[in-house]
Design a protein. Structure first.
Length: 108
């Protein structure tokens, strides 16, 4: 792998990290504006997603030093658990949308 490949992977990771931070900032604003179960779930899930993002990077780095079998095992665990924060966020967003639509109906 040459330096250009390394740069592309690093840039992708950086953009992913920035996206996580921006979504967390949006969740914090939403939590301040409308403190509720759904907004708390969305914020908690995005904090968990950031932990998973950083943790998976570190875990794969350390497991790669142990050998290919350890790296494959680590990759399988990360692939299985990685979608969990996104699923929790989606549930929180759906819950929030249902509450919002119920408020709109009550106002009419």
């Amino acid at each position: 792998m040459d330096n250009n490949d390394t740069f592309i992977f690093a840039a992708g990771g950086l953009l992913n990290g920035i996206a996580h931070v921006l979504v967390i900032a949006a969740c914090v604003v939403l939590m301040i504006k409308r403190k509720s179960g759904p907004t708390l779930l969305m914020l908690a899930s995005q904090l968990l997603a950031l932990i998973f993002f950083i943790g998976s990077f570190l875990w794969t780095t350390f497991s790669a030093r142990q050998g290919t079998e350890e790296l494959v095992r680590t990759s399988k665990i990360i692939a299985a658990l990685g979608p969990l924060p996104h699923l929790l966020f989606a549930l929180g967003l759906l819950w929030f949308a249902v509450q919002l639509s119920k408020r709109k109906e009550a106002e009419e």
